[in-house]
Design a protein around this ligand. Structure first.
Ligand SMILES: [Fe+2]
Ligand SMILES: [Fe+2]
Length: 473
């Protein structure tokens, strides 16, 4: 297999030096990417030194290097995980056959669509988060934001490499368009709805890295199962970086919960807000919003597209090896549908409801994190508990989208929902209050904003009061 080439214009382990045509095409895309970064990346920090990790290898040991970097000079590279010898298709109609190193003609359009949809989320999230540096709770958090941002940039590189190397002219055009769409834009929006939602404050950011990056993890796990081997290898390495994004989200929320619990426990009315903290019910509302938005990212409950992707071997289920039946042709699945004003169980072919397998795994993974936050509440002596809303709550895609449900999943009228909406989702008042706590950034090394507890430890063995971003320089 190809060596890691760190000195090339584009660091890579895909032997770009051996394919001058491809290298030239990517080298022409590179300055356009950096232009996009300067225009749409983190606002106000392009000239600052940030203590970042950079991928330098794909091995389990020592795959990354930590040092101060100015973000526009970050060494975005192309890295594929090591090939698996004699890898075979693990699911669908072609189970057991050798995987593909090239794109089969009949699956070209579908694969390009899957890759472009994944790719589009990467720059979108950087755009969504670009103003958070001006209101950060600490240098530790500021650095983590930028770490996530540069790695989303690298994930874009991973997908653009696939488009350039396997999809010819169409692929190159798609790669250009990835730099032209803009999150939240009216005329050129990003492809998926959640990636056009504003990320206005740091509670949003932690919810995003907890719930949206976790959707990303599940999409990458599904694509890592793909019969198209270069896609599988790209996604497997992206998962290594993604783990840190999920850590930022899960521990970020835990630190907000811990601080809110401390302040609430000491208040006669059990509130954190009079003491400059975020009330626990407001955290619950942000959770309801982001969790329900992210459930939509798994697609409809009944999906002919997902079924055909599965049949063809293009996109599997996360951790396909944990399922017993990899063909799922005879199997069925029960689904609660809402028909004629009531919920009814319907039995469906497993393949047509295959998105539910991924959604189940996602919900279980989110529940594990919620249990952890509840342990934090328990330790603080509070009886308040956070919960995941029902999968029917506040959906905009799929069979529940046209109807209204409470967080416990019970049906209600449009008016009934509208009346309770501010109790279930962040209201303008909630948002204004959270924003008021974050009006000023905290840039002194080791200091934390009042509304969040400090992390357990620093980054790469550095102390908490390390200058993770040199803001004054
Ligand atoms: Fe990503
Ligand atoms: Fe991510």
């Amino acid at each position: 297999m190809a060596q890691v080439d760190l000195d090339a214009l584009i660091p890579n382990n895909v032997n770009l030096a051996g394919d001058r045509r491809l290298a030239r095409a990517l080298e022409a895309w590179q300055p356009r990417f950096v232009d996009w970064w300067r225009e749409m990346g983190p606002e106000g920090f392009n000239a600052k030194d940030v203590f970042l990790r950079t991928a330098v290898d794909v091995g389990a040991e020592g795959w990354a290097n930590f040092d101060y970097v100015k973000m526009p000079e970050y060494r975005w590279g192309i890295f594929l995980s090591d090939p698996v010898e004699d890898r075979r298709i693990g699911f669908g109609d072609h189970v057991g056959q050798p995987v593909w190193q090239e794109v089969p003609g009949e699956h070209r359009n579908a694969l390009r669509r899957l890759i472009v949809t994944q790719a589009d989320t990467e720059p979108a999230s950087v755009e969504q988060q670009r103003r958070l540096g001006a209101i950060c709770p600490s240098l530790y958090d500021l650095r983590n934001l930028f770490q996530v941002n540069v790695e989303e940039g690298r994930h874009l590189w991973a997908m653009v490499y696939l488009l350039h190397s396997h999809f010819g002219r169409d692929g190159r055009e798609e790669a250009d368009e990835l730099l032209q769409r803009r999150s939240g834009s009216a005329d050129k929006p990003r492809i998926l709805g959640t990636f056009n939602e504003p990320v206005e404050d740091w509670l949003d950011f932690f919810m995003f890295t907890m719930f949206t990056d976790r959707d990303g993890k599940f999409q990458l796990l599904s694509l890592a199962e793909s019969a198209f081997d270069p896609l599988s290898r790209s996604c497997r390495f992206m998962l290594t970086e993604e783990a840190h994004h999920l850590f930022v989200g899960e521990t970020g929320i835990d630190r907000v919960v811990r601080r809110s619990a401390e302040l609430s426990a000491a208040d006669p009315n059990g509130l954190a807000s009079p003491h400059g903290g975020i009330d626990l019910p407001v955290i619950q509302k942000y959770l309801n919003l982001w969790f329900s938005n992210c459930l939509d990212l798994f697609g409809g409950e009944i999906s002919a597209n997902a079924s055909s992707y599965f049949a063809a071997g293009l996109k599997g289920r996360p951790h396909e090896d944990k399922f017993e039946d990899h063909v799922a042709l005879e199997a069925t699945r029960m689904l609660e549908v809402y028909e004629a004003g009531r919920l009814t169980e319907r039995e469906l072919p497993r393949r047509i409801a295959i998105n539910e397998d991924a959604r189940d795994g996602y919900i279980a993974d989110c529940q594990r994190a919620v249990d952890r936050w509840n342990k934090t509440l328990d330790k603080a002596g509070l009886s308040y508990r956070l919960t995941l809303p029902h999968r029917r709550f506040h959906r905009r895609i799929g069979i529940y989208a046209e109807h209204f449900f409470a967080p416990d999943g019970s049906p209600l009228s449009a008016e009934g929902f509208a009346r309770r909406q501010d109790a279930w989702l962040p209201s303008a008042t909630d948002r204004a209050f959270v924003r008021s706590l974050q009006a000023r950034p905290v840039y002194e090394p080791g200091k934390m904003a009042n509304w969040i507890a400090p992390p357990q430890k620093g980054i790469d063995g550095r102390p908490l009061d390390f200058a993770y971003v040199r803001v004054e320089a």
